[in-house]
Design a protein around this ligand. Structure first.
Ligand SMILES: Cc1ncc(COP(=O)(O)O)c(C=O)c1O
Length: 352
């Protein structure tokens, strides 16, 4: 952790491998991954394929590459990808789908990062030669930037059914899929059953230092290998990092419930502070989004104060909107310290 940061709520991407995970990594059997000869990578891929009920899986360096590889397989240049207007590939992947795939995005609106089957039906283009070809529907599980919101299985099912009827491919960005699994009690393979491609991040809440795994049919994964190679994502003795993923899937999934409980506790505490606005009841997983406008502070001012006074780091996602993410590196008293920091930051400034 950087000097001066005692409680890092910036993101669940800040986790560091635990001592036990590092030991497990050290002992990993390795080989040349590009030649399919790394036993640990192979085992990770088999484990994730089994978890998701898919025929095959592919270890990639990041979730961003999973999205880009999946879109590369699914789309030709000029094709359209339907996704929520706050989705990660649209906002935070450096325009990759346009630059690498030549695909265009069709952003859909909708409360809490979700959209409906009716919106999909309405957005799909008629098959005429002067319109882009609607090709993919992408669902983000959990919807990150709106507050770690879960797509309930019924909504996944109805949106995917509408997409299938219209001849579209279904993709799930499962950066925090296991948070949705733990929060909803719905098995990962139940979500996966409705989509053609799906991936989960081993970093984020699972706490591995590197990597994500993309899954789908055998043909899809064979094609995905071509783009993995093309993007420079093929690795060599990658079992060292794949081992962290195996360790994470075995030891760090059930504990996500603890992150969710802490996020709810943080939200409840923040909701009691004057000038802070948030929907505490809407916190389902490990992300809390709140607005500080009525404190008279900007998000940046608020975050600078909590960091300077208590070493508590928040991230700022809009001028007065702040995000906190809980994860396995938050210390036992981290939530209390974060609330003390927030209280001190707003002092007597609240306008309500
Ligand atoms: C919803 C979502 N999708 C994709 C990604 C990209 O994952 P990675 O950081 O592994 O590239 C993130 C990262 O924060 C994310 O939150």
């Amino acid at each position: 952790m950087s000097a001066g940061i005692a409680v890092d709520l910036f993101s669940d991407t800040v986790t560091r491998p635990t001592a036990a995970m590092r030991r497990f990594m050290c002992d990993a059997e390795v080989g040349d991954e590009q030649q399919f000869e790394d036993p640990t990578v192979n085992r990770l891929q088999e484990t994730v394929a089994e978890l998701l009920g898919k025929k095959a899986a592919l270890f990639l360096p990041s979730g961003t590459m999973c999205n880009q590889v999946a879109f590369s397989v699914h789309c030709r240049a000029g094709d359209e990808i339907l996704l929520h207007e706050t989705a990660h590939p649209l906002l935070y992947e450096a325009g990759g789908a346009a630059a690498l795939v030549g695909a265009v995005f069709r952003p859909l609106s909708g409360a809490r990062g979700r959209f409906t089957a009716a919106q999909v039906r309405q957005a799909v283009r008629p098959a005429v030669h002067y319109m882009p070809r609607s090709r993919v529907v992408s669902i983000e599980q959990t919807a990150n930037i709106v507050g770690g919101v879960c797509w309930p299985i019924g909504e996944v099912e109805s949106v995917c059914a509408a997409a299938r009827e219209a001849g579209l491919v279904r993709h799930m960005d499962g950066a925090r899929l296991m948070n949705a699994v733990v929060s909803s009690g719905t098995p990962a393979r139940a979500f996966a059953a409705h989509v053609d491609s799906i991936w989960l991040d081993l970093t984020k809440g699972l706490g591995a230092p590197v990597g994500a795994v993309l899954a789908g049919s055998r043909t899809f994964i064979e094609e995905a290998w071509v783009f993995k190679q093309r993007l420079g994502g093929a690795m060599r003795q990658a079992g060292i990092i794949a081992a962290a993923g195996l360790y994470a899937l075995e030891h760090h999934v059930a504990r996500l419930a603890e992150d969710h409980e802490r996020a709810r506790r943080l939200a409840a505490g923040l909701g009691e502070l004057p000038g802070i606005a948030l929907d505490a009841d809407g916190v389902e997983t490990n992300i809390v989004i709140f607005d500080v406008e009525a404190t008279g502070l900007s998000g940046e001012e608020f975050a600078a104060r909590t960091l300077a006074s208590h070493g508590v780091r928040f991230s700022v996602i809009a001028p007065t909107t702040v995000r906190a993410v809980t994860h396995l590196d938050v210390p036992p008293d981290g939530i209390e310290r974060a609330l003390d920091a927030a209280r001190a930051a707003i002092g007597g400034r609240a306008r309500r």
